[in-house]
Design a protein around this ligand. Structure first.
Ligand code: HEM
Length: 442
């Protein structure tokens, strides 16, 4: 018998019986497990260990914030993703992560993000000018594209050749696709190595770095200032040495901003448009209230923020996250050894009737009425590793939504989108009618 007191859960055989179901429909299976065992439960991890899954907000807060020093990111992020995208903010742990976070954090201060509004808005305007309106528009690829363009343009406020951007976008998607396959098929890891697939993806990752290296070197040689995120990374100085990052470190961080900064935002925008199209009263109220706002009022507009938050409550782009305990630990009567993986199931918490009234309804006003949702709402994670791009993302989404609904009318179609819980919660098949809106045709 184990000397640890894990949360209740599946036996060794129960875990493996359930494994196929988890791969096929992770959200439903995890929610069923919560119904059966409670907010925290455990499954076998290998022959002797156990993994804990929780949607208890107190436990999540304990791991992310109150006892964060005892937790690292798991191998899934640091190695499976890190071997392609390098060792930067998202993929590092411990002292190296803290040093990078301290260095880069000031560049994401709300005041600094304000300097990027002009670039964001110009990117959005260009995108909307070419938006392929119609009766049956496939929304997700378009939102993904917009979010990618915003990251490219805020990182590099220069016109990169279209084929370079296309190559970057393609390789980044291919790297992400492979990492998803690798995580979902752990039993094939050996095959991916020997068949040369890992090496092929590594070559693509190296090609991405080569392109970016060229951009960074050109920037350094030009001596010009652009006040974009690349300037911020080049200017940043470590407190202790007064030195800047090496070129390789800068490349690591750029690739990470690409990966962390676009799919999440693209997903969230696609779900938000879907929710607005299917809740016409919300769409109309939002349009009325935001029609004549200035840029900074748009970013701070309470209803816009409430709509985005309510969308991320129902469809949190980061639907699950994980940590590994560094030393033995205990929470609320449960005890577990060093090396225990804890999966933080935000999707389940955000839809739990224990904390949310009518949890499955889209009701943005809950975020207007009750601002103190922070302890049960984790779209950007929490604690010291809270998403560094949260203000960036909120600003980008608010600016986009205001401009979009000013220009276009949205109608639902008879298709129902599917939720694909990959590394992020990706929508599939959001088809909407999108037509110019009478008043906004400026
Ligand atoms: C709706 C959009 C976004 C969502 C929902 C989101 C969500 C998250 C979450 C949940 C984490 C923490 C992961 C964990 O604790 O394991 C995270 C980390 C991170 N995000 Fe975001 N993110 C978004 C947009 C962005 C943007 C726009 C950027 C950059 C431009 C960005 C950059 C990062 C980075 C660098 C980290 C790692 C921070 C660290 O560990 O210190 N994210 N994000």
């Amino acid at each position: 018998m184990s000397r640890y007191h894990y949360p209740p859960g599946y036996s060794f055989f129960g875990t493996y019986q359930r494994a196929l179901k988890v791969v096929k429909s992770p959200l439903e299976t995890m929610m069923e497990s919560v119904d059966r065992f409670g907010e925290s439960y455990s499954v076998a991890d290998g022959f002797s260990g156990r993994m804990i899954l929780t949607q208890d907000p107190e436990f999540i807060d304990y791991v992310l914030r109150r006892n964060h020093r005892n937790y690292n990111k798991s191998r899934m992020v640091t190695q499976k993703l890190g071997r392609f995208i390098g060792n930067g903010l998202l993929t590092s742990n411990g002292a190296y992560w803290l040093r990078q976070r301290r260095l880069i954090q000031p560049g994401f201060h709300p005041q600094k993000i304000k300097d990027l509004y002009v670039i964001m808005q110009a990117t959005i305007d260009r995108f909307l000018e070419q938006f392929p309106a119609g009766d049956h528009v496939d929304i997700y690829p378009l939102m993904n594209r917009l979010a990618f363009d915003v990251v490219v343009n805020t990182l590099f406020d220069i016109d990169l050749p279209a084929d370079t951007i296309a190559e970057l976008s393609r390789f980044i998607s291919e790297i992400q696709e492979f990492v998803i396959t690798d995580i979902r098929q752990p039993y094939n890891s050996w095959w991916f190595e020997v068949s040369g697939r890992v090496a092929a993806v590594q070559r693509k990752a190296e090609r991405v770095r080569e392109i970016l290296r060229g951009v960074v070197r050109e920037r350094k040689a030009s001596g010009r200032r652009y006040n974009d995120l690349l300037d911020m990374l080049l200017d940043a100085r470590y407190e202790d040495t007064g030195e800047g990052m090496t070129e390789e470190q800068i490349l690591d961080e750029i690739v990470i901003l690409f990966i962390a900064g676009h799919e999440t935002t693209g997903n969230s925008l696609a779900w938000t448009l879907y929710l607005l199209a299917t809740h016409r009263d919300e769409l109309e109220t939002l349009r009325e209230e935001t029609l004549d706002l200035s840029t900074s009022d748009t970013v701070a507009h309470p209803r816009l923020q409430a709509v985005i938050n309510e969308s991320m409550r129902l469809y949190p782009p980061a639907w699950v996250s994980d940590r590994v305990s560094i030393e033995d630990d205990s929470f609320n009567g449960f005890t577990y050894p060093a090396g225990t993986i804890i999966a933080l199931f935000y999707y389940g918490l955000h839809r739990s009737a224990k904390y949310w009234e009518e949890p499955l309804s889209f009701r943005p006003e809950r975020f207007l009425r009750q601002k103190e949702n922070t302890r049960i709402f984790f779209p950007f994670g929490g604690g010291p590793r809270l998403c560094i791009g949260n203000n960036f993302a909120m600003a980008e989404m608010a600016l986009f939504l205001r401009s979009f609904i000013r220009k276009f009318e949205l109608q639902p179609t008879d298709t129902t989108p599917r939720i694909r819980p990959l590394v992020t919660l990706r929508p599939e098949g959001i088809y909407l009618g999108v037509h110019p809106h009478g008043r906004g045709k400026s």
